[in-house]
Design a protein. Structure first.
Length: 86
């Protein structure tokens, strides 16, 4: 089977982290992407869940905005506490 070259860009830190993870698994990045492409092609779907970070959900953002408003308006009662050390 003929080989094809695929080029794309990604964040440098993400690339370094992926290279390290692949090395730990005994894979090259090419092998990892080939596995991903084969599985995606066979299953006709992304082979893992892709979901948004719940931190950025509308309800959480509304809650955070309310907390900020309460702090800025003086409605929130802030209390000091001892920090837990590692």
């Amino acid at each position: 089977m003929a080989q094809a070259m695929v080029h794309f860009r990604m964040d440098e830190e993400l690339k370094r982290n992926m290279e390290e993870t692949c090395k730990e698994l005994g894979l090259s990045m090419t092998a990892a992407f080939t596995i991903f492409a084969a599985k995606m092609t066979k299953e006709k779907r992304i082979p893992f869940d892709v979901t948004p970070d719940p931190f950025y959900s509308e309800s959480n953002m509304a809650y955070l905005e309310k907390v900020i408003d309460d702090i800025e308006s003086g409605k929130a009662v802030l209390a000091e506490h001892e920090l837990i050390e590692d």
